[in-house]
Ligand binder design. Structure first.
Ligand SMILES: Cc1cc2nc3c(=O)[nH]c(=O)nc-3n(C[C@H](O)[C@H](O)[C@H](O)COP(=O)(O)OP(=O)(O)OC[C@H]3O[C@@H](n4cnc5c(N)ncnc54)[C@H](O)[C@@H]3O)c2cc1C
Length: 407
C-alpha cells in the first residue's frame, strides 16, 4: 500500500463496494473513502429483485445495504449517477464521465457484471426485458400486472426465479432452455430434474433443448418467440436470462490482467499492486480449490468486499471462503456450498420426490459440494466435509439418520 493521503477509491456502489467501504471504517481507516456508482440508488442487494421484491412481498427499503444516512455518518463520499470512464494506474487516478479525476492510494474495482444481451432479430422490441437493476425489477412487476403470457429465455437461476414469480402472479409462463434440462451445467441431471419437475408442477411450460431463432413483434411490441423449426410461442413479455458478463472495461483499459474477469490473487490484488477487485468482476485465486474462480453470487460479493478492504489497508487478508449461494422458487428454498464440476458421483440424502433432501457432489469419495433443498443450517457440516478432504462412507452419507459429522 502506498501513502493514503489520496484516500481510497471504490468503483462500483453495490454489495462488494459498500461492504468494502464499511470495512475500511470498521478497521479504523480515517482517510478519504470515495464510492462511485453509475446507478442512481445507494448500494442495494439484487437477490430480492427476482424474489420478494418482484413478488411484492418485500419492501423497497429492505433491499438496501445500508440506511440512507449511513454514508454521511461514516464520512463515505458516495457519488451516485457517476460513471468511471478510465483508470490511470501509473498516475493513480480514476477518470469520471463528469468532474475532476480522483487520485487514489489504492483502488477497488467492484464493477460487477451485466446481462448478456441477445442479438437475434427482434431483440430490441418493446417488451423484451432483462433483470439486473432495481428499475428492471420494478418494470417487470408493473408488466406482470398488465400482460397474460410471459416467455422466459434461459432456464438459469434468474430465468427460473422470474418464472416462479410470474406464475405466482398468475401469468402463463413458458421457459425456453437450450440444454436438455434447466441448470444442467451447474447441477447435473439428477438435481436439475428436481427443478424441471418443480416448475412443471407449478404449471410452467418448460421447453428444453430448444433454439430461439428470433423474437416476433407487431407495431414495435413483442408478440412471440420463434423457435428453430418455425414454431411460434406467443408472448406479451419476454424476459431474457442467458447469463452475465463481468464489467472489465476499466481494468482492461488500465492494462490490468483480465481473463474471465479481473485476475486477482488470494488477497484480491490485481496485477497492479495498488488496485484490487472484488465481487462478480473478480476472477480470484482460491487457496483451497487451488484454482482461479469467478463467482457470480451474493455471498461472494458480500465477503470479498471486506477482504479487499483489509488488503488495501495493508493487512494480510486472504479470501478462502467456499462458494455459497441460494435460491427461492415457489416453496423451494435451497442453499449450496462448495464447488462441483469435477465430480464422478452424486449422492442424494433424504426425500427427493418430496423436495426435502441434500445433494452431494463427490470426486474419489470426497465431497466437493453439498446443496440442501428445504433443509436448513447444513452449511457448517457440509463445509467441514468439504474442507476435511476426507473420504466418506457413501452409504452413511446417503442415510439421513447418520449425522453428517459421522459419515
Ligand atoms: C435479479 C438477481 C437475483 C439474484 N439472486 C441471487 C441469489 O438468489 N443468490 C445469490 O447468491 N446471488 C444472486 N444474485 C447475484 C448477486 O446479486 C451478485 O452476485 C451481486 O450483486 C454481485 O455484487 P457486486 O457488488 O460484485 O456487483 P454488482 O451488484 O453487479 O454491482 C456493480 C455496480 O458497479 C456499477 N458500475 C459498473 N461499472 C461502473 C463504472 N465504470 N462506473 C461506475 N459504476 C460502475 C454497476 O452499475 C453496479 O451498480 C442475483 C442477481 C440478480 C441480478
Amino acid at each position: 500500500m502506498t501513502s493514503t493521503s489520496h484516500g481510497f477509491v471504490i468503483v462500483g456502489a453495490s454489495l462488494a463496494g459498500a461492504k468494502a467501504a464499511e470495512t475500511l471504517r470498521k478497521e479504523g481507516f480515517a482517510g478519504r473513502v470515495t464510492l462511485i456508482g453509475d446507478e442512481l440508488h445507494r448500494p442495494y442487494e439484487r437477490p430480492p429483485l427476482s424474489k420478494g421484491y418482484l413478488l411484492g412481498s418485500a419492501e423497497r427499503e429492505s433491499v438496501f445495504v445500508h440506511p440512507a444516512t449511513w454514508y454521511a455518518e461514516h464520512d463515505v463520499d458516495l457519488r451516485l449517477g457517476t460513471r468511471a470512464t478510465a483508470v490511470d494506474a501509473r498516475g493513480h487516478e480514476v477518470h469520471l464521465a463528469d468532474g475532476d479525476p480522483l487520485r487514489y492510494a489504492a483502488l477497488l474495482l467492484a464493477t460487477g457484471s451485466e446481462p448478456v444481451r441477445l442479438t437475434i432479430p427482434g431483440a430490441d422490441l418493446d417488451g423484451v426485458r432483462y433483470l439486473r437493476r432495481l428499475e428492471d425489477s420494478e418494470a417487470l412487476k408493473a408488466a406482470f400486472a398488465e400482460v397474460g403470457r410471459v416467455v422466459v429465455i434461459g432456464g438459469g437461476w434468474i430465468g427460473l426465479e422470474v418464472a416462479a414469480a410470474a406464475r405466482t402472479a398468475g401469468l402463463a409462463v413458458t421457459v425456453l432452455e437450450a440444454a436438455a434440462l434447466p441448470l444442467l451445467r451447474v447441477l447435473g441431471p439428477e438435481v436439475a430434474r428436481v427443478f424441471a419437475d418443480l416448475h412443471r408442477e407449478h404449471g410452467v411450460d418448460l421447453r428444453c433443448g430448444v433454439h430461439v431463432e428470433r423474437i416476433l413483434g407487431a407495431g414495435g411490441r413483442v408478440t412471440g418467440v420463434e423457435l428453430g423449426g418455425g414454431e411460434v410461442v406467443g408472448a406479451d413479455l419476454v424476459v431474457v436470462g442467458v447469463g452475465i458478463r463481468p464489467n472489465t472495461a476499466l481494468a482492461q483499459g488500465a492494462g490490468l490482467a483480465v481473463e474471465n474477469g479481473v485476475l486477482v490473487d488470494a488477497h484480491l490484488r490485481t496485477s497492479d499492486p495498488d488496485v484490487y477487485a472484488a465481487g462478480d468482476v473478480a476472477n480470484a485465486f482460491h487457496p483451497f480449490l487451488e484454482r482461479r474462480l469467478r463467482v457470480e453470487h451474493w455471498a461472494n460479493a458480500m465477503r470479498q468486499g471486506p477482504v479487499a478492504a483489509r488488503s488495501m489497508l495493508g493487512q494480510d487478508a486472504t479470501y478462502a471462503r467456499l462458494p455459497y449461494f441460494f435460491t427461492d422458487q415457489y416453496d423451494l428454498g435451497m442453499e449450496y456450498n462448495g464447488y462441483a464440476g469435477a465430480e464422478d458421483r452424486v449422492v442424494l440424502r433424504g426425500d427427493v420426490a418430496g423436495r426435502e433432501f441434500i445433494a452431494f457432489w463427490l470426486a474419489e469419495g470426497r465431497v466437493l459440494a453439498g446443496m440442501g433443498v428445504n433443509i436448513w443450517d447444513t452449511t457448517a457440516d457440509v463445509t467441514k466435509l468439504i474442507t476435511s478432504r476426507r473420504e466418506v462412507d457413501l452409504g452413511r452419507l446417503a442415510n439421513p439418520d447418520v449425522p453428517l459429522r459421522d459419515v
